[in-house]
Design a protein around this ligand. Structure first.
Ligand SMILES: [Cu+2]
Length: 343
């Protein structure tokens, strides 16, 4: 129990530093669907009040509309899209590209949210990140949130969300996810993809620092199954060791890094309290029966064919979002993982 509390403290510590940044409330959006974007502004510029909040809309986000805000005036800019979109049978080649909420007053010690909505282009690849670069203007300066490198170690990461594949019509009715993004869409037919290749894009290689991560997958869970497992292969192409410190995901309040090993001819699982070392020049495989990610207290089932974005945090390389393709409950493993029931 003590370990659990200690771990929670460490996670809370990481969380609070992330909260100091401007972020989006939404962590995911579905390709081809309408989604709401909520920019959270947690502080001003070095103690000064914010009077303007500017947000640039990324390519791949169209038919956007800002939500007006009492006490702030709205200024918008339109421009050409990177590609045309079919919006209810009308071809759109341009539209809203940036929004400014101006002439407001948000004290450094206050918190507020700035909202817009739009459609994620059906062409946006699952697993890619849409960044909404944001800038706060104050009396004597600005704070920018415009770094789109994907690293969480920079002082000014741009707010972003992970795009997941559009659902097929068949699987939609059976979808029990509590995730709201896009489900209120009135653009449901805008470029609906067939559901068969959802997993395909998730298999691509993700690079962060000297690390190359590929083959990410998770196992679909049965209804009421309390935990889920995630796997991937990581190669350290650098000169120095790195270490996987934590995993975070929307579907679980607690992600852990586990190891399965034989102990007196009994397969046992244990949590790696100090993380998992990725030695320089080495490849570490997380797989069923070996090292794995474990998502405790699942808040929703992992559905085969969907993509689960997880945020991995490494000691040196920093944090990176890795899409895990959700495969069959027994995917790529012969072990029955039954010891997980004891969690
Ligand atoms: Cu486990």
């Amino acid at each position: 129990m003590y370990k659990t509390i200690l771990m929670a403290g460490v996670l809370a510590g990481l969380g609070s530093s992330a909260l100091a940044h401007a972020t989006l409330e939404q962590s995911q959006a579905i390709a081809g669907k309408t989604t709401k974007i909520t920019l959270r502004v947690p502080h001003g510029c070095d103690g000064q009040a914010t009077h303007t909040v500017r947000v640039a809309l990324p390519d791949g986000f169209y038919a956007a509309k800002p939500m007006p805000k009492a006490g702030w005036s709205l200024k918008t800019e339109t421009g050409a899209y990177a590609q045309p979109y079919n919006n209810h049978g009308t071809v759109m080649t341009e539209g809203l590209r940036s929004v400014q909420w101006r002439d407001g007053h948000l004290e450094d010690g206050w918190y507020d949210e700035f909202i817009l909505r739009g459609v994620v282009g059906p062409e946006v690849e699952a697993g890619s990140v849409l960044y909404f670069k944001a800038v706060q203007d104050c009396a004597d300066g600005s704070v920018d949130w415009t770094d789109t490198s994907g690293s969480h170690d920079v002082p000014n990461p741009a707010p972003g969300l992970v795009v997941v594949a559009g659902e097929s019509h068949q699987s939609h009715s059976g979808h029990s996810s509590g995730h709201g993004s896009g489900h209120d869409s009135d653009h449901g037919d805008a470029g609906h993809k067939d559901g068969h290749d959802h997993n395909h894009e998730a298999a691509r290689t993700v690079t962060v620092g000297a690390l190359e991560i590929k083959g990410g997958f998770a196992r679909a869970t049965l209804p009421n199954q309390p935990v889920g497992g995630g796997f991937f292969t990581v190669t350290n192409t650098g000169e120095a060791d790195d270490r996987l410190l934590s995993v975070a995901t929307d579907v679980s309040p607690r992600g852990e890094i586990h190891e399965m090993s034989m102990d007196d001819s009994v397969m046992k699982m244990r949590k790696l309290e100090d993380g998992l070392v990725i030695a320089a020049g080495e490849t570490v495989v997380l797989k069923p029966g070996g090292y794995h990610l474990m998502f405790m207290e699942l808040t929703q089932p992992l559905v085969k064919g969907e993509v689960l974005p997880v945020t991995l945090t490494f000691e040196t390389a920093g944090a990176v979002v890795v899409p895990l393709a959700i495969k069959a409950p027994n995917a790529r493993g012969s072990d029955n993982h039954s010891s997980h029931d004891g969690h």
